[in-house]
Structures are given as structure tokens and as C-alpha cells.
Design a protein around this ligand. Sequence first.
Ligand code: HEC
Length: 100
Amino acid sequence: MKTQQLLIIISTLFILNGCSKDYSPSKKATGESMYQTACVQCHKKDEKGMIFTFDSEKANVGYISERVKTGSLMMPKFPNINDEQLSQLSDYVLKNSAVK
Ligand code: HEC
């Protein structure tokens, strides 16, 4: 393999790895503070104070937690938010979101 190809592969790995955030909430973090620290830069509230407008089948803590755990192509995953904090965060997001 040429050095150039190797360099391309290595830099691609770095870029992909950048999609996983190492945000670790402090023990005192609340749903709101986690949202403000880790989510608001991509998910701002609208003029009515709503973060998302969910389809009804997605308007639950389970769906939101899953999204935060697994991330996506466009969204980083947050493996360091523990289950208890994840449910607080998801609860906060749900309470501040509309349902279609
Ligand atoms: C770097 C930007 C970014 C950050 C930071 C981010 N997200 Fe996302 N998120 C996205 C994008 C882009 C989408 C929509 C596209 C997709 O599903 O991949 C999304 C989708 C979602 C969805 C699914 C919405 C729906 O209607 O199905 C939820 C829930 C969500 N994010 C929650 C969160 C939470 C909670 C946090 C903070 C822990 C967070 N996101 C942090 C970019 C981000």
C-alpha cells in the first residue's frame, strides 16, 4: 500500500472518530444542564420553546435515549451519559418538545 493511501485511511478514521463525543456530565448535571452543554448547539429551541416536534410514535423517553446512545451519521453518540442521567435528559427533551 502506498503511503499516500495509508494517510487517507488514517485521516478518515480520525474524522469518523470525531463523531463520537466524549462529553461526560458531572454528578450534579440535570436534564436541562446536559441539554445546554451537549445538545443545544445542534438542537435549539424554537420560538415556542420547543426543541423537537416528534411524530407521536417517537414521543417517548425510550426513543430519545436510543438516539442519544447510538447517534447517527449526522449526530454524535454520547456513550458517557449513564442510564439514570440519560433518562433525566430524555425526560427534559420530551417535556420541551411538541408532538405532531
Ligand atoms: C453535532 C450536532 C448534534 C448534536 C451535538 C446533537 N445532535 Fe441530535 N441530531 C442531530 C442531527 C443532524 C439530527 C437529525 C438527523 C439524524 O437523525 O441524524 C439529530 C437527531 C436527533 C434526534 C431525533 C429527532 C427526531 O425527530 O427523530 C434526537 C431525539 C436528538 N437528536 C437528540 C439529541 C440530544 C438529546 C442531544 C444532546 C445529548 C443531541 N441530539 C446532540 C445533530 C446533533
